[in-house]
Design a protein around this ligand. Sequence first.
Ligand code: HEC
Ligand code: HEC
Ligand code: HEC
Ligand code: HEC
Length: 175
Amino acid sequence: MLSKSLIAIMCFMFVLGTSTKAQDFEYIGAAKCKPCHNAAPKGKQYDKWASGPHANAMKSLSNEKSMAYAKANGIADPTKEKSCLKCHSTFHAINPDLNMSLKEDEGVSCESCHGPGSKYKSPAIMKDLAKSKANGLIVPDKALCVTCHNPENPFHKPFDFAAYSAKIAHPNPSK
Ligand code: HEC
Ligand code: HEC
Ligand code: HEC
Ligand code: HEC
């Protein structure tokens, strides 16, 4: 009796597990956004990101400041330290089961701010903002920024949303 109900519960959990999985949005990486979001008339979002602080956030984990902090706090290697990677690297912050093609060296990638792109990336969905949002697109606000821009970061500076947004702005001038 017991084993029968146990099997029933396990079957139920299996179905629940797979059905949730099928609906999950997955991470595709910045290279997949680039072909559509790097034309000059539309604002070169990819190049702006690639030359900005977020794409290069992994590099900071091996700079002098990080090495000094690591030494003082008994951290062997900040580039392998979970408590640093969770904000400096999308690759290390996400559930690995949901990673389709996002690369480790992307630092803080598009999808940390705009949500996992596997479903919204198709042209028919992307050109419709409501459909994109229903398929995982996030239009980021201050609340999202402060999930990383907060005092848990040993190098935190006061976060001014307007000023910080202006520094990383990548608008589409054709809109
Ligand atoms: C097949 C082409 C294509 C791909 C791939 C694509 N996009 Fe888009 N995206 C568009 C089009 C078209 C629009 C609507 C017009 C515009 O903003 O250029 C759009 C709009 C957007 C917007 C603006 C939403 C708003 O506020 O109106 C964001 C943000 C965005 N895409 C992010 C991404 C990210 C991040 C990726 C990669 C994960 C991605 N897109 C991949 C074509 C694409
Ligand atoms: C997933 C974590 C994460 C999120 C979300 C995030 N950031 Fe960042 N941001 C970082 C990290 C890490 C750095 C440091 C990069 C470096 O230099 O190593 C940074 C740096 C910056 C800088 C450069 C600061 C300087 O001292 O020059 C600006 C500007 C910035 N972020 C703006 C924003 C804005 C605006 C948002 C929300 C729309 C945002 N960030 C969301 C992690 C994040
Ligand atoms: C809560 C998220 C978060 C955590 C955890 C975090 N960081 Fe950061 N880190 C950031 C953000 C955001 C910035 C940008 C701050 C700013 O300039 O306003 C940043 C900036 C830095 C900078 C300054 C970049 C520069 O040289 O100007 C270094 C170095 C750094 N972090 C190293 C580390 C190390 C090492 C760890 C782990 C011990 C760590 N961070 C943990 C979010 C985080
Ligand atoms: C740190 C967070 C962050 C990252 C990383 C980021 N974006 Fe954005 N993105 C924003 C914010 C904030 C806006 C403005 C949202 C709004 O309209 O209020 C924006 C707007 C956009 C828009 C709409 C522009 C417009 O004027 O219609 C596109 C397209 C876009 N991002 C694409 C990308 C792509 C592609 C990448 C990666 C190559 C990327 N973003 C990386 C935060 C980010």
